[in-house]
Design a protein around this ligand. Structure first.
Ligand SMILES: *Cc1c(COP(=O)(O)O)cnc(C)c1O
Length: 385
């Protein structure tokens, strides 16, 4: 089972004696023991098995085993949301006084953790440019412990060279952590480029149908052991129901990512030729400033396209108001195409200057290209423009 399509379909928790084909949802909080000695051995960790569903659950195991396999990781831990994965990783690995080095454009709630929550425990974050890796080495201090990044960045779609970032992390003995939510393990495997841990919000493409939340952390066994030691007792565990849903979703992830990417590239090309459009950014467009790096580390371009409308803020708002079919929602990675205007919504609290720093111009529109027929998507985008 070397190939991802097969791994995501055939990795399965052992069948019960009912002979079921699909894995059941093991909705149980706890597990029974054979006798006092068995119970003692399980609690002492001398025997493998399930004790309590905050620690492990057969349905959750299936999901996380698939995720680890798809990322080429030694081990993994599943969480209730992407943010539970982000938080558990930092909380498990950092001590008071440690520092994080992070690319400037990280997910909004991750930014809140860095700037408002972690400082309470004397953990500070140094932000560096997503496009200028020379800045990174200068920003490393003796306290820096984790190097953290997202690529492509949201919503600017800047591409960070995963291999180069990995070399910096190695040289300075930093734990290298990548949030790989945007591309999924189908498109990009940061571990190949030296990442120690990879984080996912399974809420996005992995579910892919906008139904539920989930998250995953996969990577080196010794680091996952630390995450587990934290998570077992702090309780960010994934529910068996959501694990079942996400595990089933993984079975179609490969073909969904192929279609998302194919349609997104075509939409990006059409936007480039549109007279109301100032610029278009998509990793697999040759006009992307980091096209060569994208081609090196990504198997496909992914489902997100950003573009700038002529006319700035007002034109961006008008575009959203003129949309007929596409969904106006903050989510991404859904089978339904989604349009957002970050300058007036998700990033409205930033000043124009701060927005410019993370690549968000006034007229920037982000499309999360779904699985509808391309001509229906295009008709709506075109009439709204
Ligand atoms: C959505 C998202 C998260 C957070 O995931 P939730 O499942 O919403 O908690 C983290 N990182 C990135 C890049 C995301 O897009």
């Amino acid at each position: 089972m070397k190939r991802k399509e097969t791994q995501s379909i055939r990795t399965q928790t052992e069948r019960t004696n009912f002979g079921e084909h699909a894995t059941p949802i093991y909705m149980t909080s706890s597990y029974v023991f054979d006798n006092a000695e068995h119970m003692r051995a399980m609690f002492a960790g001398e025997e493998d098995g399930n004790v309590y569903s905050r620690y492990s659950n057969p349905t959750v195991d299936e999901f996380i085993n698939k995720m680890a396999m798809l990322e080429g990781a030694e081990a993994g831990w599943a969480t209730a949301s992407g943010m539970a994965a982000v938080f558990s990783t930092f909380a498990a690995l950092l001590d008071a006084g440690d520092e994080v080095l992070a690319s400037r454009s990280v997910f909004g709630s991750t930014h809140k953790l860095f700037t408002q929550i972690f400082p309470k425990w004397n953990i500070e974050t140094n932000y560096v440019s997503a496009t200028d890796l020379d800045e990174w080495e200068d920003a490393i201090t003796p306290e820096t412990k984790i190097l953290y990044l997202e690529t492509p960045s949201n919503p600017a779609l800047d591409i960070i060279d995963l291999e180069k970032a990995g070399e910096i992390a190695k040289k300075h003995d930093l734990i290298y952590v990548v949030d790989n939510c945007f591309t999924t393990p189908i498109i990009q495997n940061p571990i190949e480029f030296g990442a120690d841990l990879v984080i996912h919000s399974a809420t996005k493409y992995i579910d892919g149908q906008g139904r539920g939340l989930g998250g995953a952390i996969v990577g080196k066994q010794e680091l996952i052991d630390e995450v587990e030691a934290f998570a077992r007792h702090s309780g960010p565990c994934l529910s068996p129901f959501n694990a079942w849903m996400l595990s089933k979703s993984l079975e179609t992830l490969q073909i969904r990512m192929e279609r998302h990417s194919q349609t997104a590239l075509e939409i990006a090309q059409r936007l480039q030729d549109h007279d109301q459009v100032e610029w278009v950014k998509y990793p697999f467009l040759e006009s992307h400033p980091a096209y060569e790096i994208a081609k090196k580390q990504m198997a496909m371009g992914g489902g997100i396209v950003t573009f700038g409308i002529k006319g700035g803020l007002e034109a961006g708002r008008n575009f959203l108001d003129s949309i007929k079919m596409l969904s106006l929602t903050a989510n991404l990675g859904d089978s339904r195409t989604i349009a957002t205007h970050p300058a007036s919504t998700t990033h409205s609290k930033l000043s124009e200057e701060e927005r410019a720093k993370v690549g968000i111009t006034q007229g920037l529109i982000r499309l999360s290209v779904g699985l509808e027929h391309i001509e229906d998507i295009w008709e709506d985008v075109d009439q709204a423009l």
